[in-house]
Write a protein that binds this ligand. Structure first.
Ligand code: MGD
Ligand code: MGD
Ligand code: SF4
Ligand code: MO
Length: 751
């Protein structure tokens, strides 16, 4: 074997997208070996165990090889691409012409490893006059986005590599990662006596095992725990007053709400020992630097948006922003989060009137937006690289809603639970058969972008997403050959000529600008090296990045005046198959990225102040019929959302057991390794039980991404429980509409 046999790519199973190298078997298809890519500038050779099993994504599942059209009897027939594109365009256009383009809804656009294809969807949506969309972010992160928007005007991440204290709130990075080389960093913190780790989690997770302070809250009670920690800082005078005076607006107006908190009572409500809670708050307040990560444990839970605010107060009041080991606002090539700004406040979904955050309708209201006779209801939907019928709350109701649409079109690699309900299914090549990239680029100070090249030849049949969108836009008559001819000619001449022609054409004809991704794909795309036509949309992104983060781009080694800087960055992206460090940020850059009035952190958010004020009087979560709280969807060693449709990929926990505390197992009369029924208000499922003292009494948990329908030659199989058969779309945050999947009232009974 020579080095040439190892092809660079990346793992697509979580947002870290660690660089990997893949060696194919003699059939030129099988991933015979996979190893971490030492040349990847972010992951530097690190992977977890999951990346090594990616052959199960590439070769373990039945792939779609032809466009499909559903017959009246529910079965599918294969059709040609020409027929598929013509009919899909015609039927979407008919919905637009009858009810308005706003009734065409877009869902998805990428999973953990693929955002390049989705970057072209905006053109299709604009050609159809579509306005409303959602993706997985609006069932997890939009509450935090909203708080970030109010407090800072943009997103924050944290520097765990250098922090003195790490705080994880409802986050289990040992399994879910989310920080670069997570396990290495966690072990470093745990092994250094000068550093501490604080974990707030009802379960004794792998991360909690490493922690110095494990605040083992009762599920769904984090607002009490976080609120009490802020209160301790106020009442024990641990707030960094001079820093707050210099950098924060609104604190004086709200401090009283924390000064008056009964810490003893709040500690009791969340089930955490008061002394431990105080010690953790003191440790955070006394540290030189604190890095914080909040995730699904609070984001998919009661008071989720309130929790995001309280979590941020902990580091704001202790001055942990814009310095090493603390929070930062980074650079981006493509920003996945839209800053709503004050004016967008009135933007709500057409039927449910739900707040639209970062341009996204809350996933939990989608069924309500369809299952109604409201004139503005969604009538048609385009789903791309997402599986709402499985991944969103209350699958039963979601299936009903998807079934009520006049048109459902799905772009995917597999016949997913959602695709089964579609009128048309359009097959895409796998992420290893085409150019791909993610926009999860959060590293600091060296931020990394990785344009992956194909490592395997695509089968006959599927078309990459940019090609699908281009054909749809053309079939809709939104672009003509005449529109594109001058740009094609300019692209053939030189990049500089193309830039001039592109700006001229889009100024003269704004419609071309609206369709920019497809225009770039059709004109600049064919001229790009290595067959990287799908990277065309990154040309605009590279120029925007060079303009917006010029100093950081230059520090990363790029040079040139005017448009040359963006071109240099774009060329580097095209020529760096192992990934490229596209910016080098400085801590001094961070304050300049705060986008609030006056550039100060704004802590007074009236909606949340009011919600917090009501906390003390809130009734505890007790329900005689459903005495347990189920975390529906826990990240484990071998879970990966819904992307691997081959249960044999799991080396451990093959069936996806329900984790139960010894106390609850005894009470319910169930035993380790035995079967039981888990019952919620929305469903019942038969589960395999794992009795473990990592669970506290009253809390049970099921893994995420299980219960997928897998197609085999001899039929369909399903392993484990699909968690959203048990969840309720109505259980959601009042501000962001995010679900309460981590504390679903449930009971356990013997089979
Ligand atoms: N192995 C693996 N890794 C993944 C993924 C995967 O599918 N598999 N998916 C990726 C994706 S899409 C995401 S969004 C991230 C999510 O990453 P995480 O948020 O870390 O994952 P979860 O396990 O869903 O939830 C985290 C923790 O919340 C805790 N929790 C439950 N209830 C509560 C509560 O009431 N309060 C608190 N404080 N904690 C609670 C759980 O015990 C759990 O340890 O993971 C990413 N990484
Ligand atoms: N109850 C409960 N539900 C949850 C969660 C939970 O904790 N509990 N977690 C939630 C979270 S945080 C998330 S992020 C979501 C994830 O839910 P989804 O977004 O639905 O999950 P993914 O696995 O990312 O789905 C990606 C889809 O893309 C397809 N795909 C893979 N490669 C390609 C490609 O190259 N092109 C195209 N077009 N398609 C491709 C896959 O087949 C799959 O259908 O699940 C959510 N659902
Ligand atoms: S941490 Fe593991 S799952 Fe996440 S990208 Fe890296 S190898 Fe893949
Ligand atoms: Mo997620």
């Amino acid at each position: 074997m020579t080095d040439r046999d190892w092809q660079p790519s990346a793992c697509i199973l979580c947002e870290c997208n660690c660089g990997i190298e893949i060696r194919l078997g003699d059939d030129q298809r099988t991933f015979e070996r996979i190893r971490g890519d030492k040349a990847h500038p972010a992951s530097q050779g690190y992977t977890c165990e999951k990346a090594l099993r990616l052959n199960h994504y590439q070769n373990g599942q039945r792939r779609l090889t032809s466009p499909l059209r559903r017959r009246d009897d529910g079965t599918f027939e294969e059709i040609s691409w020409d027929v598929a594109i013509a009919e899909v365009a015609e039927r979407f256009a008919a919905v637009r012409d009858s009810y308005g383009g706003e009734t065409i809804f877009y869902y998805g656009g990428g999973g953990q490893g693929n955002h390049l294809g989705g970057a072209y969807s905006g053109a299709t949506l604009r050609a159809l006059g579509g306005k409303y969309r959602a993706n997985a972010l609006s069932q997890e992160k939009t509450g935090e986005f909203w708080v970030n928007g109010k407090m800072l005007g943009g997103g924050v991440r944290a520097d765990f590599e250098h922090c003195e204290v790490a705080l994880f709130v409802g986050k289990n990075p040992w399994q879910s990662h989310g920080l670069p080389r997570a396990r290495t960093t966690l072990k470093e913190i745990a092994n250094d006596p000068a550093r501490s780790m604080v974990v707030i989690d009802p379960r004794r997770t792998e991360t909690a095992e490493l922690a110095d302070f494990h605040l083992q809250v009762k599920p769904g009670t984090d607002a009490f725990c976080l609120g009490a920690m802020v209160a301790v800082m106020v009442q024990e005078r641990l707030v960094h007053d001079t820093w707050v005076a210099d950098h924060v607006d609104g604190w004086d107006a709200i401090a009283e709400h924390f000064a008056s908190v009964d810490v003893v009572e709040f500690a009791r409500r969340c089930g955490v020992d008061e002394a431990l809670l105080r010690d953790a708050a003191r440790r955070i307040a006394g540290a030189d630097s604190v890095a914080v990560f909040e995730d699904l444990g609070i984001q998919m839970n009661r008071h989720s948006t309130l929790n995001s605010w309280l979590e941020k107060l902990l580091w704001v009041l202790t001055g942990n922003f814009a310095k090493p080991g603390a929070q930062y606002m980074g650079s981006s090539l493509v920003n996945l989060v839209r800053n709503d700004g004050p004016k967008k406040e009135s933007n709500v979904s057409p039927v449910a009137g739900a707040r639209i955050i970062s341009g996204l309708v809350p996933c939990n209201v989608i069924p309500e937006e369809i299952l109604t006779d409201h004139p503005r209801r969604y009538r048609a939907m385009l789903v791309e690289s997402g599986n709402p019928a499985h991944s969103l709350a209350d699958s039963q109701r979601m299936r009903e809603a998807l079934g009520a649409l006049e048109l459902l079109v799905v772009i995917d690699v597999s016949l997913t639970e959602t695709a089964r309900l579609a009128h048309y299914v359009l097959p895409a090549p796998s992420q290893f058969e085409k150019f791909e990239a993610t926009f999860f680029n959060f590293d600091f100070p060296h931020n990394v972008f990785h344009l992956r090249r194909p490592v395997v030849a695509a089968p006959e049949g599927p078309l990459p997403e940019p090609e699908i969108h281009a054909r749809l836009v053309e079939a809709l008559g939104a672009l003509t050959a005449d529109d594109l001819a001058p740009l094609r000619a300019a692209a053939a001449e030189s990049r500089a000529a193309f830039a001039a022609a592109f700006f001229e054409a889009t100024t003269a004809n704004p419609q071309l600008g609206a369709l920019a991704p497809v225009v770039l794909y059709r004109t600049l795309g064919p001229t790009l090296p290595h067959g990287a036509a799908s990277a065309a949309v990154l040309w605009g992104a590279a120029h925007r990045c060079a303009l917006g983060f010029e100093a950081s781009v230059r520090r990363a080694g790029f040079t040139g005046e005017g448009l040359e800087l963006g071109e240099a960055l774009f060329d580097a992206i095209l020529e760096s198959p192992h990934g490229v460090s596209f910016t080098v940020d400085g801590w001094d850059d961070v304050w300049g990225r705060v986008r609030t009035d006056g550039g100060r952190i704004q802590v007074d958010i009236p909606e949340l102040v009011q919600e917090f004020a009501g906390l003390a009087d809130e009734a505890p979560l007790t329900d005689a019929e459903y005495p347990l709280l189920l975390s529906a969807g826990e990240r484990r060693s071998f879970t990966a959302n819904t992307i691997i449709r081959d249960a044999t990929w799991r080396k451990r926990d093959a069936g996806g057991a329900l984790r139960v505390s010894p106390t609850d197992a005894t009470a319910a009369g169930v035993s380790d390794g035995g079967d039981a029924l888990i019952v919620t208000a929305r469903g019942v499922a038969r589960v395999r039980v794992e009795v473990t003292d990592t669970m506290q009494a009253g809390h049970v948990s099921l893994p995420n991404g299980m219960g997928l329908d897998e197609e085999h030659d001899d039929g369909t199989t399903r392993v484990g429980v699909a968690p959203n058969e048990l969840t309720d779309a109505g259980h959601r945050d009042w501000i962001a509409g995010t679900p309460w999947h981590k504390s679903v009232p449930a009971r356990l009974t013997p089979v």
